[in-house]
Design a protein around this ligand. Structure first.
Ligand code: ADP
Ligand code: MG
Length: 292
């Protein structure tokens, strides 16, 4: 019961010689958050469109529950099961009102009106959009963060098995980011979420598994802490480590007896740094990561 990319390569007709993804294999589990982190142009958005069947890989297969999605009778069914929040969410908003927009997907899937309305209300609740204030407004009268949440609610109303989010917090203010991050954390408890981003600190806050992507190649695939261990790799990928990871490194370089942490979530790292700074005898500092 998973979404699997098996040795997927991708190119676009306009430039057949340019291989955008090279033999990428990824398994997206049924819950949790997988972050695919890479600089601009590394192939994240292409990967997202492949995961939800919008783009067909030139080689390799995309499987949902062990079935090749491109051999299914209807690709629409696969696309319903793997929701994609596009990098430009305005591309997926077209209802006259927020409520209509969120109900649109389920109604197109032949779901009865009452169920569509209850799914819409639930989805609005999930993304923190007050029904009375927002349901009757035009999506285009909203802020960027609110529009993203409307698009996200439209996807959640489809009750997908997986959700792929392409740069979901880019360009948002801190409050807008925090709301979307909370939705991602909560959604990942129930379905498999894929976060596509160039923001490594964001990935470390949310993901339980990280893939680093560069020029269409997987450069790292493993636990979040390992994704910040190789600074030369991060520098080559033009990715910024979280500042607390830099502080941890600086302390270690100056002789603080800190072992590598297994858990790189900011709260854990900051706690470890505070303990190291405040400990009367720094050798007694507990440095083990918090276990999940
Ligand atoms: P990212 O999301 O990591 O920035 P993209 O998947 O958007 O990466 O792009 C990866 C590569 O594919 C880039 O070189 C980009 O120019 C190319 N590319 C993306 N979309 C298209 C398209 N529709 N047609 C042709 N080339 C594309
Ligand atoms: Mg992109």
């Amino acid at each position: 019961m998973a979404l699997k990319l098996i040795s997927v390569s991708a190119r676009y007709p306009i430039d057949e010689a340019h291989i955008v993804l090279t033999k990428v294999s990824i398994t997206v589990r049924d819950s949790g958050c997988l972050a695919v982190v890479g600089p601009s142009g590394s192939g994240k958005s292409t990967l997202g469109r492949i995961m939800n069947g919008l783009h067909r890989p030139s080689e390799g297969t995309v499987e949902l529950d062990n079935l090749d999605i491109h051999s299914m009778p209807s690709i629409a069914e696969a696309r319903r099961r793997v929701g994609l929040l596009m990098q430009q969410p305005d591309n997926q908003l077209f209802g006259m009102t927020v409520g209509e927009d969120i109900r649109f997907g389920p109604s197109q899937a032949g779901i009865d009106l009452d169920t569509c309305v209850s799914r819409m209300e639930r989805a609005m609740l999930q993304v923190g959009l007050d029904i009375d204030s927002f349901a009757a407004r035009s999506p285009f009268s909203l802020s960027g963060g609110e529009r993203r949440r409307v698009a996200l609610a439209g996807l959640l109303a489809m009750q997908p098995r997986h959700l792929v989010l392409d740069e979901p917090v880019a360009g948002l203010d801190p409050a807008g980011r925090a709301k979307i991050e909370a939705v991602i954390a909560e959604t990942g408890r129930h379905i498999g979420v894929v976060l596509l981003t160039a923001d490594l600190p964001l990935a470390l806050r949310l993901a339980d598994h990280v893939i680093l992507l560069d020029a269409g190649h997987v450069e790292y695939d493993g636990a979040p802490a390992g994704a910040v261990a190789d600074r030369a790799l991060l520098s080559r990928l033009r990715l910024l480590a979280p500042v607390e990871a830099d502080v941890l490194d600086a302390l270690r370089q100056r002789g603080a007896p800190l072992e590598p942490l297994e858990d790189m979530r900011p709260a854990t790292v900051l706690e470890t740094i505070a303990a190291a700074v405040l400990a009367p005898d720094s050798r007694k500092v507990a440095t083990k990561g918090r276990s999940h």
